[in-house]
Design a protein around this ligand. Structure first.
Ligand SMILES: C[S@@+](CC[C@H](N)C(=O)[O-])C[C@H]1O[C@@H](n2cnc3c(N)ncnc32)[C@H](O)[C@@H]1O
Length: 132
């Protein structure tokens, strides 16, 4: 279960807005981190406003998208250009901080088996061999 809020549909033009159904950045960001590695290429066959591309950038992946409605092209470009580096950095920083908090709680719980994996670059425990 992922406890995520929906995202505001910010587009003004009604027909583009109706199609876009933008989802929260966190969804593609988590999935990209789960199912690909740095440098991989992420394909979104229904690109819309380009949330997947923004998440791919944050996760240091390349990104390709298909979008049937040409009106989205400028929106995607604008979304990419308007997000400052500080947005991506803050997201990555928060992710690491949340993981630290998770480790504290998890390691304090004596009913759980010890964590087996360690990521040397991050200098912290991780849950899976892939995260290592
Ligand atoms: C649910 S939206 C994508 C939402 C997007 N991930 C976002 O956060 O903005 C689906 C998009 O797929 C596009 N679409 C629908 N049929 C398509 C097709 N056959 N090929 C390419 N794009 C298509 C729609 O125009 C719409 O923008």
């Amino acid at each position: 279960m992922w406890d995520l809020k929906g995202t505001r549909q910010t587009l003004k033009k009604s027909d583009t807005r109706k199609r876009s159904a933008a989802y929260p950045f966190e969804i593609p960001y988590r999935l990209i981190n789960m199912y690909s590695l740095k440098g991989d290429t992420i394909l979104d066959p229904f690109l819309g406003t380009g949330t997947t591309t923004l998440a791919a950038i944050a996760a240091q992946r390349n990104s390709v998208g298909y979008e049937i409605d040409p009106a989205f092209s400028a929106i995607v470009e604008q979304n990419i250009e308007s997000l400052p580096l500080s947005f991506y950095n803050a997201h990555i920083y928060n992710r690491v901080e949340k993981h630290k908090q998770f480790l504290e709680e998890r390691n304090a719980d004596t009913s759980k088996a010890p964590i087996k994996h360690f990521n040397e670059k991050l200098n912290m425990q991780v849950m899976t061999a892939q995260e290592r």
